[in-house]
Each structure stands twice: as structure tokens, then as C-alpha cells.
Design a binder for this molecule. Structure first.
Ligand code: FAD
Length: 394
């Protein structure tokens, strides 16, 4: 039997969360191995929207400004106008102070992976991690190889294998599934039947506990739908079809539909067990209103890596620091977003989103600032403090 290969940190999953953690830890001189079942660049279903807080965080973590991201060709589209609809009735909208930026995920994710490699992380792609032992700090791969590490990071997305290494009293499968949204997305070429528009549109009223979107792009619009499912929910495919019909998209596109689950309020407050920390989608860290997860992937990776460096890879202290800081920053904000979602968005459907419409008319800039991360959702009804709200991560 060959000797067990060992390293300081083994990271499962090389998406934005895993690549960010690998970059930050490798830069500190740790021996980091980054595993992904896919070869890169790999496809990833995503609308690719970056809000202000993501752009700000990328500069703080990687030192790459918006101009650098554009120079690298990562920002493929920018849009300043947005509209909010209840079905086809416009209930809000305007001009954004800071535009939405759009990326193509294969190139975007590959970029951060290359930076992690340049910082010294060793990547092993094209073979899945099939076993995770959080107690021993050990991974096994589909090809039979095994790796030992002082600490493990689970960054393997919504279907995380690493998450299964958490004991039942920490990971509640029922709560997880109850807050997992179904999604469908398509790309609709710009030169087709749909009237051209440079507007990012959010549509409520097509799916009971979620929303549909239509985002502009360089060559195609991205149209999608996300919603929580209950035993009484109808088919999300039907909801999506109704949405496509009402915005005038030809109905013969079903063959191009792609779907994937999205964490939608199932963030784990205890994402730590023995030598293992979970980050990004594996930890349920996406915004439970709009489903924005790229920011939370980078941010949770940064919090985890900082805790591990400060604890010099001592699993106990690193885990405690990560859990405490994550709850104080990202999870606190996600809890508030979830509360607002119930009050304004999901609850609002019974009154045809009149509350949301009123909010959009009276406090449009406050809502915009909260979505962009410049104003906390906990203070949505209060004026801004003028401070930069983005938690000091990175
Ligand atoms: C339809 C849709 C639209 C979205 N739109 C947006 C948006 O516009 N803006 C936004 O911010 N967020 C959006 N999101 C959310 C966003 O895509 C995720 O939150 C983000 O990708 C999370 O990053 P991650 O690194 O945690 O996981 P991922 O990007 O999923 O990366 C996980 C990696 O782990 C690898 N992996 C999985 N299992 C294993 C295994 N067993 N062994 C080895 N490797 C493994 C995978 O191959 C993958 O590369 C959207 C999501 C969906 C579904």
C-alpha cells in the first residue's frame, strides 16, 4: 500500500469559495491541496450577477479592482437600469447608483483557481472526493487515492459530500431541504424575438415563494426562476413556462432549460466538525431573497482562512473563531434578509405585492443599497449611517 500523501489543508471544491480559501492559505506558506471533480474551466449554472459588495470584496481579497476585472475580460456586461414587476405590472425600478456587473462563470471561476495555483496551491482536478473523515483529517478520491491533512475545508457546493461528515445533531437534513430552492435558467439570444432591453428585471408573482428574473447580457439574456417547494407547490417548470410566455419568449426552448438547487435560507450556523469547516454553498450561504451566492462564497472563504491562519491550523480554536465570526457577520445579515423576505416578498403575494410596491416607491434607494450591501438589512427602515456596511472581511 502506498504511503498516505499529507498536506496542511485539503480543500474539496475549487469554485469561488474553495479557490479563495486556497489562495489565502497558500499565500501564508501553507501546503494546500485543492480537489475538484471537474476539470477547469467547467460549466456552472448561474446568472453571474455581481453586486457592489462582491466587487468591493474582490479588491480587498485579491487586490483586483473593477478595472482589472474588466481588463481580464471577466466582466462581460454591465447594466444600470432595473425594474421590479408583479407579473407584468411594474411596481418599482430606476437607475442604479452602482451598476450590476455580469460574469460568465466558467471563465470567472477559472481565473480565481489560477490565482490560487500561482500562490502555491496544488490542484487535483477531474476526480471526485468520495469520502471525508473529519475526525482523522482524511479524504479519499474516486480513483482510490487518499490524502491526510491537518485541516479540511468543504467547499463542494450545494450537493456537498463534505457536509455529510457532519453529525446529525449539527446538520438537520429536513431544515436543509425545506430551504432549498428549485431553479431553472435559460440563455435567450439577443437577436431573437425578445425586444432588446438593457434592464435587469425581477418578476414576482409567478412562483409562490421565489421570483423570476431576466438579465441582459452581451450576446444573450438570462431568464430564470427560483422558488421554495412545498408538498402543495405545483411544477416549477409550469411556473417558468408561464413566465416565459408572459415576457414573450418562444415556448419551444424547453430542451435548453437547465436546473440546479440553490441554498435559499438553509445556512448552517454550526458549519464546523473536528478538522472540517464548511464554506460557500456547502454551508448554505446564499442570500435567501435573490439567491446571490458568489459574494458569500468568497466572504466565507476569507473568514475561514483568516481564522485558520490566526489559530495556526489548530482545529479547535480555528473552528470556534470561524463559527463565531461567520455568525456575527454573514449569518446575521442572512437572518435579517430572511425576515424581510417573509414580511415584504413572500408574505406580500397575498396582497399582490402591494407592500413591496409601496416600499419601492417610498424607499427605493434604501432597498437598492441593502441589495448592493451598502446598507444592512437590519436597518432597512432606518436611514444610513454613511459608513461602508460591507463587513470587514478580506
Ligand atoms: C440558477 C442559478 C443562478 C444563480 N445566479 C447567481 C447570481 O447571479 N449571482 C450570485 O452571486 N450567485 C448566483 N447563484 C449562486 C451561486 O452560483 C453559488 O452561490 C456559488 O456558485 C457558490 O460557490 P461555491 O464555490 O460555494 O460552490 P460552486 O461554485 O458550486 O463550486 C463547488 C465546486 O465543488 C466541486 N465538487 C462538488 N462535489 C465534489 C466532490 N465530491 N469532489 C470534488 N469536487 C466536488 C464542483 O465541481 C464545483 O466546482 C446562482 C445559482 C443558481 C443555481
Amino acid at each position: 500500500m502506498s504511503a498516505l500523501a499529507t498536506c496542511d489543508v485539503a480543500i474539496i471544491g475549487a469554485g469561488p469559495a474553495g479557490a479563495t480559501a486556497a489562495y489565502l492559505l497558500a499565500r501564508q506558506g501553507y501546503d494546500v491541496r485543492l480537489f475538484d471533480r471537474r476539470g477547469f474551466p467547467r460549466p456552472k449554472l448561474c446568472a453571474g450577477l455581481l453586486t457592489w459588495k462582491s466587487i468591493d470584496l474582490l479588491e480587498r481579497i485579491f487586490g483586483q479592482s473593477l478595472d482589472r476585472l474588466k481588463d481580464h475580460g471577466l466582466i462581460v456586461h454591465t447594466c444600470r437600469e432595473y425594474r421590479i414587476y408583479y407579473k407584468m405590472k411594474e411596481i418599482g425600478g430606476g437607475r442604479l447608483d452602482f451598476p450590476f456587473h455580469f460574469v460568465e462563470r466558467p471563465a470567472y471561476d477559472h481565473h480565481w483557481l489560477r490565482l490560487a495555483e500561482r500562490a502555491g496551491a496544488k490542484t487535483i482536478t477531474g476526480t471526485a472526493v468520495t469520502g471525508v473523515d473529519a475526525e482523522a483529517g482524511r479524504l479519499t478520491l474516486a480513483d482510490g487515492r487518499a490524502f491526510g491533512a491537518r485541516m479540511l475545508i468543504g467547499a463542494d457546493g450545494v450537493w456537498s459530500k463534505a457536509r455529510r461528515a457532519l453529525p446529525e445533531q449539527i446538520f438537520n437534513e429536513r431544515r436543509w431541504r425545506a430551504n432549498l430552492a428549485a431553479t431553472i435558467e435559460i440563455r435567450h439570444p439577443n437577436d431573437s424575438t425578445l425586444p432588446p432591453s438593457e434592464c435587469a428585471c425581477l418578476h414576482f408573482g409567478y412562483v409562490p415563494r421565489g421570483y423570476a428574473w431576466s438579465f441582459p447580457g452581451r450576446t444573450a439574456r438570462t431568464l430564470g426562476i427560483a422558488g421554495l417547494r412545498t408538498p402543495r407547490s405545483g411544477s416549477i417548470r409550469k411556473d417558468f413556462q408561464t413566465f416565459l410566455n408572459s415576457v414573450g419568449v418562444a415556448t419551444d426552448m424547453e430542451a435548453c432549460w437547465k436546473g440546479s438547487p440553490l441554498p435559499y435560507g438553509n445556512y448552517l450556523e454550526q458549519p464546523v466538525h473536528r478538522r472540517l469547516l464548511l464554506i460557500g454553498d456547502a454551508c448554505g450561504l446564499a442570500d435567501p431573497l435573490l439567491g446571490e451566492g458568489i459574494y458569500y462564497a468568497h466572504a466565507s472563504a476569507s473568514i475561514a482562512a483568516t481564522a485558520m491562519v490566526e489559530a495556526n491550523l489548530e482545529a479547535g480554536p480555528a473552528g470556534r473563531m470561524y463559527r463565531e465570526r461567520l455568525n456575527r457577520t454573514l449569518i446575521r445579515e442572512l437572518r435579517w434578509i430572511k425576515l424581510w423576505r417573509t414580511a415584504l416578498f413572500f408574505g406580500g403575494r397575498l396582497r399582490r405585492y402591494r407592500g413591496l410596491g409601496l416600499f419601492c416607491r417610498l424607499l427605493p434607494k434604501r432597498l437598492e443599497a441593502a441589495v448592493q450591501g451598502r446598507h444592512p438589512f437590519s436597518r432597512l427602515l432606518l436611514p444610513g449611517s454613511g459608513r461602508n456596511h460591507n463587513p470587514q472581511i478580506g
